[in-house]
Write a protein that binds this ligand. Structure first.
Ligand SMILES: *Cc1c(COP(=O)(O)O)cnc(C)c1O
Length: 386
């Protein structure tokens, strides 16, 4: 069985985890700051707050930027539901912006057109969440220019994108955003089993993220709102959650970070081989924007349905029957039953819907062998053969 994504766990990872298990602090210990520092330094940003998932990071990122009832958050329909759900957690409303047909990312032109209309109606979004699908960065310069013009905040959902670059700089440095969020789920670029991180250059936002991660409680006298009663004192100054990462996870993350660049290089090598081996088939291969260096979380092919008489479902089922566990990223969020119950309809975002009828994520992970890759390619050729 060859899965579409797969973690890589080395003996060094295992040793790092075991060291924590034998130590005093399983959680709220020193490994958290070490992991935050490793990521913060890698991306070149000011502050990093580790949490128990990217979903939690998105939630507290929205709260830290002041999202609440009466506000709007816009994102792409071509994402995991978490990128939109974070707004609903805050009592805000969600809307979507259709995708660019080449990058499959949120389209800046569609965003501009929608913003102009929203400005007329007095319904501008407070936050826009661009998602770097498959690790390929969105057109952040254009989105950031629109943020300046229309006055919204930006949270980059970079769940796919740690290790990638935009205009020569690491994704996550927040040059064009207020907050960047990473995921460390096992299918992603590096893993902590479950885990996520919120990155920002704004020290006040960082303080709020830190409070929201742990019940809104502080032991820092500078953050207390009444005089400290004694050395035992902690004060709840906001309503937060328990979104903490454990030291066990953070130690795994520190160890994984040492191989991040190698992982992304290997993913590019695999992509180059796919590009060659799949050339000439009735497929659209992933287009790469020259402004970006993708982290290549996913290698997404699109069937050219006018050039084959195989259906999307047939190709998908054929590959799964050959034990190649392909996947589909993503079912457009606005077509989910929960979102349809809110009023979204089929046809609302046609580019994302068309993409969904053609896309297949084929196996892509650093330990995929050349032989396995050849097996995937041969199965795809068989699937498309008459
Ligand atoms: C995986 C993923 C998430 C959620 O990450 P978790 O760490 O599992 O909460 C959010 N957005 C995108 C785009 C993702 O791929």
């Amino acid at each position: 069985m060859i899965r579409y994504g797969q973690q890589d766990i080395t003996q060094a990872d295992i040793d790092a985890v075991v060291d924590v298990l034998k130590s005093v602090n399983l959680t709220q210990g020193p490994a958290i700051a070490r992991f935050e520092e490793a990521v913060r330094e890698h991306v070149g940003a000011g502050h990093a707050v580790a949490v128990n998932s990217a979903t939690s990071a998105l939630h507290i990122a929205c709260l830290a930027l002041g999202l609440g009832p009466g506000d709007w958050l816009w994102t792409t329909p071509n994402t995991f539901v978490a990128s939109a759900n974070c707004a609903l957690y805050c009592g805000a409303e969600v809307d979507f912006v259709d995708i660019d047909p080449k990058t499959y990312n949120l389209c800046p032109n569609a965003l501009e057109a929608k913003l102009i209309k929203a400005a007329e109606q007095g319904r501008l979004p407070k936050i826009v969440v661009p998602v770097h699908l498959s690790g390929q960065p969105c057109n952040m310069r254009a989105i950031h220019a629109l943020a300046q013009r229309f006055g919204f905040k930006i949270i980059e959902d970079a769940s796919h994108a740690i290790g990638g670059r935009y205009l020569g700089e690491p994704i996550g440095n927040c040059r064009y955003s207020d907050i960047t969020v990473f995921s460390f789920h096992p299918v992603k670029i590096i893993t902590t089993a479950e885990g996520g991180m919120a990155i920002t250059n704004d020290p006040e936002v960082a303080v709020r993220l830190g409070l929201l991660r742990s019940h809104g409680i502080t032991r820092d006298p500078n953050l207390m709102t009444k005089p400290m009663a004694g050395p035992w004192d902690y004060q709840q100054v906001a309503l937060g959650f328990n979104y903490r990462m454990t030291d066990i996870q953070a130690a795994l993350g520190v160890s994984q970070m040492t191989r991040l660049d190698h992982y992304v290089e290997r993913r590019h090598e695999i992509a180059r081989r796919y590009n060659e081996m799949l050339d000439g088939l009735p497929l659209t291969l992933p287009w790469q924007d020259p402004d970006g260096y993708s982290a290549y979380h996913l290698y997404i092919i699109r069937l050219q349905l006018d050039k084959t008489n195989r259906t999307h479902l047939q190709v998908f089922e054929f590959l799964r029957a050959r034990d190649i566990i392909v996947n589909l990223h993503y079912i457009p969020v606005h077509t989910q039953p929960y979102y349809q119950a809110m009023g979204f309809k089929q046809g609302d975002f046609p580019e994302a819907e068309r993409y969904y009828t053609e896309a297949i994520s084929i196996p892509m992970y650093p330990t995929l062998t050349d032989a396995e890759q050849a097996e995937v390619v041969s199965a795809i050729k068989d699937a498309l053969a008459q």
